[in-house]
Design a protein around this ligand. Structure first.
Ligand code: HXC
Length: 260
């Protein structure tokens, strides 16, 4: 598929990994409608590709994404954004089975921070900055920021960020639980591809079940979540990859998962 606002590649050093690079550099990767549709379309397609086991989403060194496209939103009114259900497409990213690794450098603001939070693992370069500055524009987060940021960093920090619109640096973001790992800027992409390749080398169905189990903790009580985990855990004993993974350990060799 041809895209205009993103680049999709299959880096040779990372087997079974797809790399999506947001590519509106002049607008600091502002997330307009076209980019939303292309990115969600590409991820959905990769989610169905049996040769891909993980996806890295990155931006530029200067900006992961500086938010939803303000110029595009500016002229809009309530009936239009309501009927179009503006930003609804983004929710589809939360539903994919394939793990998404965000490799974040530079600005991750507003929708950019929200996109990073829609990913499963968030690797951040030492120059990354995060924030939900919508309040400065007279609006509030619209791609899940008020909910996902609060779950990630807690009410105290989320209120501070959402109500003041201030930006936080990568150390604060990591300390607060928003960021999985901080990586030197020069190593960010390599590290993200390596992380994704590690994941993609494991059993894809089992990886997706692990992702689903962790995500379930957002949606349910502890008792229900543990029940869900236990059922999924039991069901994995019906896979070939459970047999292979455990046999490989016992036979002191590397596992060769067939994603089945
Ligand atoms: C559209 C944007 C943009 C955005 C940057 N640009 N962010 N265009 N939407 N979100 C454009 C600028 O207009 C400019 O275009 C070019 O990118 C470079 O930006 P500069 O401002 O010149 O760069 P710099 O001085 O380095 O400042 C970087 C910045 C600043 C601090 C990130 O661009 C900024 O504050 N951007 C807006 C951040 C923001 O408020 N994001 C939240 C958006 S709302 P030209 O043509 O002038 O060169 C959102 C939530 C949606 O995401 C939900 C609400 C309903």
């Amino acid at each position: 598929t041809e895209y205009e606002t993103i680049l999709v590649s299959r880096p040779s050093q990372a087997p079974r990994v797809a790399l999506i690079t947001l590519n509106r550099p002049k607008a600091l990767n502002a997330l307009n409608r076209q980019l939303m549709l292309e990115l969600v379309g590409a991820v959905t397609e990769l989610d169905r590709d049996p040769d891909v086991g993980a996806v890295v989403i990155t931006g530029s060194e200067r900006a992961f994404a500086a938010g939803a496209d303000i110029r595009e939103m500016q002229p809009q009114g309530f009936p239009g954004v309501y009927v179009d259900d503006l930003f609804r497409e983004w929710d589809r990213l939360a539903d994919v089975r394939i793990p998404l690794v965000a490799a974040v450098a530079g600005h991750a603001l507003g929708g950019g921070c929200e996109l990073a939070m829609l990913c499963d693992i968030l690797l951040a370069a030492d120059n990354a900055t995060f924030g939900q500055p919508e309040i400065r524009l007279g609006v509030i987060p619209g791609i899940g920021g008020s909910q996902r940021l609060t779950r990630a960093v807690g009410k105290a920090k989320a209120m501070d960020l959402v109500l003041t619109g201030r930006t936080m640096g990568v150390e604060e973001a990591e300390r607060s639980g928003l960021v999985s790992r901080i990586v030197p800027l020069a190593d960010l992409l390599d590290e993200a591809l390596k992380t994704a390749a590690t994941i993609a080398g494991y059993s894809s169905p089992v990886v997706s079940m692990a992702k689903e189990a962790v995500n379930r903790s957002y949606e349910t009580t502890l008792a229900e979540g543990i029940r869900f985990e236990r059922r999924v855990f039991h069901s994995i004993f019906a896979t070939a990859d459970q047999k292979e993974g455990m046999a490989a350990f016992v036979e002191k060799r590397a596992a060769d998962f067939t994603h089945s």
